[in-house]
Ligand binder design. Structure first.
Ligand code: PMV
Length: 312
């Protein structure tokens, strides 16, 4: 989806923040190793229109703590562009808190809406540049010290190589198709990242070894994507899953789900995002639609998507 609905003027309109999946390198990316992430067609829409003052109407279903955090994050971003007189209403079409980048999608949708409202005369590219630091500022309120991979992928809406704040678009000669499934509830990214930090500080050498191996895996995966070698890519996803498991980032729910994706025909499968108690898992498929039907019939919430490559 483009930055703005063509029917919108910059005084009112709809801005989109895409959800994302991390294919390789989650958590290691926080420690300076590369990650590969792709944008989802699902995301968050920020409807905005002129108002008496700058305000955010939050979506339904948030608890008091989440609501306060969201208002705080929005307030900080809005201050960056001088509190434009606009009312922003969020509409989420993405599972929230599942590891699919919902907080980044919220941040990007709000940041784009604020940039468009504050600078109505500008073009799409300029809005994107203005939105990036605001989205990061919101992500910092949600996550403390995010690597930046989530909001960069959400903003760019493409398959990205991301390392130390730098993002690069990746292309694939083969269709890169996934089945994304939900494997139970999980705790917040912030707490999972903080717990890993505590273990890393206690056993730095052991963790450095695992992060380095994830980094190597991500680099090999880039080669496999660019060569269209899906079999190798799937194998590397399984290896990355094993390393995330060694970092204690999986759980019974996630392990069971990952194995179900593999028995359903995935070339490779792993958790995506922060992991922990539960959350989203991904499987790489040549044709995910058949597995999607089977898993849905079993009551598993899932959807198929394509991240890159030629579309039929
Ligand atoms: O919030 P999630 O589940 O989409 O995952 C964020 C990715 C991490 O690597 C775990 C954290 C980060 O800041 O990159």
């Amino acid at each position: 989806m483009s930055l703005v609905d063509p029917a919108s003027s910059a005084h009112s309109g709809v801005a989109f923040g895409a959800g994302k999946v991390i294919l390789f390198g989650e958590h290691a990316v926080v420690y300076g190793y590369p990650a590969i992430a792709g944008a989802l067609p699902l995301g968050v829409q920020a409807h905005f229109e002129r108002a008496e003052r700058c305000q955010l109407l939050a979506p339904q279903g948030l608890n008091e703590k989440q609501l306060a955090l969201l208002q705080q994050a929005f307030g900080k971003a809005a201050e960056v562009v001088g509190l434009p007189k606009v009312c922003v209403r969020l509409e989420a079409r993405l599972p929230m808190g599942a590891g699919l980048g919902s907080s980044a999608a919220v941040s990007v949708a709000c940041a784009k809406a604020l940039a468009m409202a504050a600078f109505p005369g500008e073009e799409g590219g300029a809005w994107l540049e203005r939105a990036a630091p605001m989205a990061l500022c919101m992500e910092r309120v949600f996550h403390g010290n995010p690597s930046g991979v989530d909001h960069s992928t959400s903003l760019r809406e493409t398959l990205l190589w991301f390392c130390k704040g730098q993002a690069e678009k990746l292309s694939s000669p083969a269709p890169l198709k996934l089945l994304v499934a939900m494997a139970g509830k999980r705790s917040s990214t912030k707490s999972t990242v903080e717990k890993l930090r505590e273990r890393q500080e206690k056993w730095p050498k052991h963790h450095a070894r695992l992060f380095e191996e994830i980094g190597r895996c991500t680099e090999e995966a880039r080669g496999a994507i660019e060569a269209g070698d899906l079999a190798l890519l799937g194998e590397l996803m399984n290896v990355n899953q094993g390393l995330l498991s060694a970092l204690q980032l999986d759980s019974e729910n996630l392990t069971r789900g990952v194995h179900r994706l593999r028995t359903a025909g995935a070339l490779g499968a792993k958790l995506t995002g922060a992991g922990g108690d539960g959350g989203a898992i991904i499987g790489l498929f040549e044709n995910p639609e058949a597995a999607e039907k089977v898993l849905r019939a079993e009551g598993i919430e899932c959807f198929a998507c394509q991240l890159a490559g030629p579309r039929s």
